[in-house]
Design a protein around this ligand. Structure first.
Ligand SMILES: Nc1ncnc2c1ncn2[C@@H]1O[C@H](COP(=O)(O)OP(=O)(O)OP(=O)(O)O)[C@@H](O)[C@H]1O
Ligand SMILES: [Mg+2]
Length: 279
């Protein structure tokens, strides 16, 4: 079944398909000199990096270095933190998402997010996945039903839940709940998916399914994931950034970061650094 929800863009037109030379395509997101403080606490310090379209970018680093904070800047989730202050720019298709003209709700439609702890609403499975479609008025009743099916199919859950779409999503297993959250995120046809340790609260089997899913979803979406699992990040990612104490120490292809990092701090973290899990 084809999705009827057009991948429209709120800011500018979707760029043409890549010509095959990824390097010449401008990044879908460009972070420029981003600093973030919570009150007086500076947690991100002048971070600049590109996010390439239809690639997986991993953000790694010790606990508390600012990975989640950084991720939340990318779709203005930090707007909900009262004392968060941001300087610098984040360009989405070359337009600053923090510009006064931009509606943050629209930003979050195109740049969706999945959190570490699955957080389905205490509502039916159907209503969870239909949430964003209704919020953004994307389709009539039957189009929404179709899109819910498409989204649950994409996350490999449709067969399991098609006969109990009215059941409260909180009754599903942890792994299934996380997939409902993913279905909720992709139902509105976002362009970018931000994932904050999406598999870390799951048992190994469920975590593996999420990993397989990331692999599949990267054909269609740009993915930015925070992870402590370096092996998973090495397998799945195309690019990676290593953070320490709010500084982006190194950003490069995943191959360089995970097998021949240039910076000694990255190397120390990758090869047994504090807080790193290689499992
Ligand atoms: N809402 C908030 N208000 C104040 N300080 C915060 C807030 N969220 C995070 N921080 C602080 O910002 C710093 C970075 O936190 P963040 O959660 O981004 O780190 P992280 O790299 O994601 O860590 P972890 O790997 O443990 O998830 C920490 O010192 C944290 O205590
Ligand atoms: Mg975090």
């Amino acid at each position: 079944m084809e999705s009827k929800i057009a991948p429209l863009h709120p800011l500018v037109a979707e760029p043409a398909e890549p010509t095959g030379v990824a390097e010449i395509e401008p990044p879908i997101l460009e972070v420029q000199h981003l600093s973030l403080s919570y009150g007086k606490h500076l947690v991100l310090k002048d971070v600049t990096l590109p996010i390439r379209r239809r690639a997986v970018t991993a953000l790694i680093g010790p606990s508390g270095c600012g990975k989640s904070s950084f991720l939340r800047c990318l779709n203005r989730m930090n707007d909900f933190v009262p004392n968060a202050q941001i300087t610098g720019k984040i360009l989405f298709h070359q337009q600053d998402i923090y510009s006064a003209k931009i509606n943050p709700i629209r930003v979050r439609r195109y740049i969706g997010m999945v959190f570490q702890r699955s957080n389905p609403f205490s509502q039916s499975i159907f209503d969870n996945v239909a949430y964003g479609l209704r919020l953004h008025r994307l389709g009539n009743k039957s189009e929404i039903a179709d899109q819910v099916e498409i989204s649950l199919n994409k996350v490999g859950l449709w067969q399991d839940v098609k006969d109990r779409l009215g059941m409260n999503a909180l009754n599903l297993s942890g792994g299934q709940q996380q997939r409902v959250c993913l279905a909720r995120a992709i139902s509105v046809n976002p362009q970018v998916l931000l994932m904050d340790e999406p598999a870390s609260a799951l048992d190994p089997g469920a975590a593996e399914k999420i990993e397989d899913l990331i692999q599949e979803l990267k054909q269609e979406y740009t993915i930015v994931q925070v992870t402590h699992n370096l092996q998973q990040a090495g397998r799945l990612s195309d690019f990676a950034g290593f953070f320490e104490e709010g500084n982006l120490i190194e950003f490069d292809t995943a191959e360089v970061i995970f097998s021949k990092p240039r910076h000694h701090l990255t190397e120390a973290y990758i090869y047994g650094g504090e807080g790193a899990s290689r499992s």
